[in-house]
Design a protein around this ligand. Sequence first.
Ligand code: ACO
Length: 362
Amino acid sequence: MKNGLEDVIAAETQLSDVDGEAGRLIIRGISLDQLVAGSSYEGVAALLLDGLVERSFDETQLREWLAKARTRVFDHIRTADPSLLTLPPVDAMRALIARLPDGEDFDTALALLAAPAVFLPAILRLQCCEQPIEPNASLSQAADILRMLTGNAPSKEQTAALDAYLVTISDHGLNASTFASRVIASTQAGLTSSVLAALSALKGPLHGGAPGPVLDMLDAIGTAENAGQWLGEALDRGERLMGFGHRIYRVRDPRADALKGVLKPLIATGQVDSARGALAEAVEAAALAVLKVRKPNRLLDVNVEFYTALLLEALGFPREAFTGVFAIGRTVGWLAHAREQALEGRLIRPRSVYIGPLPAAA
Ligand code: ACO
């Protein structure tokens, strides 16, 4: 057996394919670069859910329903337990999502798509003693998230950047959180339960919890000249470099380059500090060089979390909220996989090998 289940095929899916040798991600037959160039978050959500829920719809219809669902779930903010506000944002978000009804139907799925987008900005504002801002049903999910976060209308470059981020991270094969979602779905527990399990898996630093620590690393390194030495010392201490390495990719994670591309218009229009971008590129280059020397037997390259960190910082999210923003984008993948698993109908129940002591009689 393999402790991390690497190379174990645990599901058949029509949703996405991660080719770790070629560095390619396909979502429902469309390559990531095409999706990022041509689709909105609502478009990808419609694509992923197509045929897996009881209603059929297109991007425009989903945008309208989702906007109304954001307004409905906002009521949970009005009645939220104030003690939630002392929790880290992703934990507060999880607690609020846990209050949604559990079910298999499309309305449950819609509420779950809307809830993280509404809850995270509201939690962040309440934690800074500011009033949460009600959703605006005339906006796209990306534009409304940014408006609910800051209270201001986002620029078109900011909206496009968040939209492209949500598209980029919408689904990614059988990663840890998606697997968790499918396991729960296989017990017929309900979509809210699947999303809660997946969110709990996502928050770990080896999965979706890495981008906050990426910024901590950039801050600690400070200047391009320090990068090589700082990174070498981190590896000497046995630490992992956040934003590098991946279970499946043996080349660059294609999502990293997609997000690097998304940052360009923000840098060009002065909405991202170009010095910050240059530092990140220098740290990336130094990390790749040091990893090549220190880990010669393992091909380690940059992963999605590295440029996620820069992008979400530029869009005004505090670093403790980055995992929550990831969850906003990934929920549709969790839901699609949960439905695919539920429709397939087989309980997931692997076996373990007992290596403990035996009773004397045995
Ligand atoms: N920094 C330093 N060394 C690393 C890193 C890293 N980021 N990633 C892997 N390695 C090393 C390991 O120490 C190990 O070396 P060893 O054989 O000398 O002990 C070797 O590479 C293989 O490591 P594994 O643990 O087998 O790799 P695995 O495929 O399980 O790890 C993971 C994948 C968890 C993502 C890992 O690369 C990591 O910890 N990266 C840093 C955290 C991170 O960026 N997480 C986000 C991932 S993307 C996402 O989930 C959305």
